[in-house]
Design a protein around this ligand. Structure first.
Ligand SMILES: Cc1cc2nc3c(=O)[nH]c(=O)nc-3n(C[C@H](O)[C@H](O)[C@H](O)COP(=O)(O)OP(=O)(O)OC[C@H]3O[C@@H](n4cnc5c(N)ncnc54)[C@H](O)[C@@H]3O)c2cc1C
Length: 473
């Protein structure tokens, strides 16, 4: 006789594509004889506004790795095509499962799916168990003393840091599953009828093993010198773990625990400061996640509702030039080209190109947000929306809208040696780097096949101030 609570439990994989320290999966293995590891694959074709071929390719690699890892412990991934809700309800019937586990997802689509499933299970007497796994602290755990959510990062992060932190559990060693459950094949991009763009170099691979290599590289070096390197866009100067946290191929508890260990065990004040700064970034991630949960209107409206009626330009040609990295501002073009070549853009560049789109071209942040979602491997609604609204001046920011970064001064401050620009904008590879620091003085292009700056930053800055002032008063 089995002593388990359940005979069969479905674990619904979502943004938790790992077997190490996976809260919901571990729980399923503890309460059940058999666990059915399940993933539902979206069925849209050709185009999706919130994802693109690079991230779908990364997802395919994560699923392949997850399946291989599950096989190594006696199981396998069961894949079905269709909406998660419908496929899970079918699987319940086919498998006679009496319980479902999943890790909670804070974005509006994820939460709607969870609610639908929870209602269904309640009606059928099926145990439906959702876990906090993607964050150190859920949105309802970090609240002001009066029980309301934070709107500003600094007090949020202070409260976040004070809370006790859960420790990581290890890798699952064994998992048993029923033999009679059929799976679709692991996907390739053909499933969505899409292919990788020509310029995409496909250098970042998905899966738990690759993620762990990146985590080791970050902990061995980058995290320890982070305060000095984090604002330099050239080279690998940040952890590059965004896509792994996004897809759950590393556990946030494991990453946090390892960084905290560096912080507590070092005798170097510089290393301590670096590790502390890195932890602040992990808190930023959770700050934006709780904003999306508590203020869901940010999904398509300004966080700061005062700016609802703000005027935005519909200049299509200008938007297209920005998307192609052909604005004539070398730093902006380098950022966009890096994104299109690698699926990554350094945080400093994300701010520069986002401010340029919204405050120099006056184009709506939602258009930039969607473009980023199509190209970023780490594309995540909460952080992306938070970053875009912060840059546009409509978001959760303690500083007011007149924080307008000047792309030329930003170049002088963070990329003055020209290396970053030359790497990503080949037309400029043979230019004197000094030419990247100011608009061309004689009014002629700095290279034959490179355009003149498409706007005058000082003029557009004044225009932005005027637009905001109208709504602020
Ligand atoms: C306009 C804009 C859009 C953005 N879109 C996204 C997005 O879609 N997905 C995403 O994960 N991040 C986004 N960010 C935040 C940040 O740029 C990336 O998290 C970071 O560049 C990822 O690189 P990394 O892993 O090397 O970061 P590191 O500097 O090594 O930081 C470690 C981790 O902390 C978190 N983090 C760091 N900075 C931030 C931040 N400002 N906000 C939230 N989390 C942060 C990330 O999970 C990151 O992986 C955006 C920022 C801006 C300004």
């Amino acid at each position: 006789m089995s002593s388990s609570l359940h005979h069969r439990t479905i674990h619904w994989f979502r943004k938790d594509l790992r077997i190490t320290d996976n809260t919901g999966l571990r729980h399923a293995s503890e309460i059940s004889d058999d666990v059915i590891p399940f993933y539902s694959l979206s069925t849209w074709k050709n185009h999706h506004n919130w994802t693109g071929a690079p991230r779908q390719q990364f997802l395919c690699e994560c699923l392949e790795s997850l399946d291989a890892n599950l096989r190594s412990i006696g199981s396998q991934l069961i894949i079905r095509h269709g909406s998660a809700f419908e496929e899970i309800t079918k699987l319940i019937e086919q498998s006679d499962a009496t319980a479902i586990t999943f890790n909670r997802d804070g974005d509006p689509f994820g939460r709607a799916e969870e609610q639908q499933l929870e209602e269904f299970c309640r009606d059928r007497g099926i145990a439906c168990l959702g876990f906090i796994d993607a964050v150190m602290h859920s949105a309802d755990e970090v609240l002001k003393s009066d029980g309301t959510p934070y709107r500003v990062y600094t007090p949020y992060s202070k409260a976040w840091k004070k809370l006790d932190k859960a420790k990581a559990r290890g890798r699952l060693r064994a998992l048993t599953m029923p033999q009679d459950i059929e799976s679709e094949e692991l996907p390739t991009l053909d499933h969505w009828e899409i292919s990788l763009p020509e310029e995409y170099q496909h250098t970042t691979l998905g899966g738990e093993k690759e993620a762990r290599k990146r985590m080791k590289r970050a902990l061995d070096g980058i995290v320890q010198d982070y305060k000095n390197t984090r604002n330099t866009p050239h080279g690998i100067t940040t952890s590059r773990l965004g896509q792994d946290l996004r897809h759950g191929t590393i556990s946030i508890r494991e990453l946090y625990g390892k960084v905290e260990h560096i912080l507590n065990s070092t005798t170097s004040s510089s290393v301590r400061e670096s590790a502390g700064t890195f932890i602040n970034e992990l808190a930023w991630r959770e700050f934006y996640m709780q904003i999306l949960v508590h203020y869901p209107h940010v999904y398509d409206q300004p966080f700061n509702e005062k700016y609802k009626g703000l005027w935005w330009s519909e200049a299509e040609v200008a938007f297209e030039r920005w998307c192609q990295g052909k604005t004539g501002f070398p730093i902006v073009d380098a950022g966009i080209r890096e994104l299109r070549a690698t699926g990554f853009m350094h945080n400093r560049l994300r701010m520069i190109v986002a401010m340029f789109l919204t405050k120099d071209l006056h184009i709506h942040w939602r258009r930039g947000e969607a473009f980023f979602m199509q190209w970023l491997l780490d594309g995540e609604i909460a952080s992306n929306n938070g970053g875009w609204q912060w840059s546009a001046g409509t978001g959760a920011d303690a500083a007011p809208y007149f924080r307008i970064q000047n792309p030329w001064s930003q170049t002088k401050r963070y990329a003055a040696d020209g290396e970053y620009i030359k790497q990503w904008v080949p037309e400029l590879a043979n230019c004197d780097s000094k030419l990247f620091l100011d608009p061309p003085k004689d009014g002629s292009p700095i290279a034959d096949d490179y355009p003149l700056p498409m706007v005058d930053h000082s003029e557009e800055r004044e225009r932005t101030l005027a637009i905001f002032k109208q709504n602020a008063e």
